[in-house]
Design a protein around this ligand. Structure first.
Ligand SMILES: [Zn+2]
Length: 78
């Protein structure tokens, strides 16, 4: 009997990022240091912490890839 074939698929993160930066919740009158790079920004990320758009999106991408990898490792070890 042939062995079962294992299909591996990793979800692709959206190329445009997952946050809607046009939303006013991502903007503050008060400039604060970015939580990632320390540069001053008026933007806020999804947790309303000061963050540049690019810094937050990089962090989200890294998180998504981490989660996808962790998920895959978990599945493969079962
Ligand atoms: Zn930054």
């Amino acid at each position: 009997m042939p062995g079962r074939r294992r299909q591996r698929q990793r979800p692709d993160p959206p190329a445009t990022g997952v946050l809607d930066w046009k939303d006013s919740r991502h903007w503050s009158q008060q400039a604060r240091p970015c939580r990632y790079c320390g540069g001053v920004t008026n933007l806020r990320d999804g947790s309303r912490k000061p963050a540049h758009k690019t810094c937050a999106e990089d962090a989200i991408q890294a998180q998504i890839q981490d989660q996808a990898a962790a998920y895959e490792n978990e599945r493969l070890s079962n």
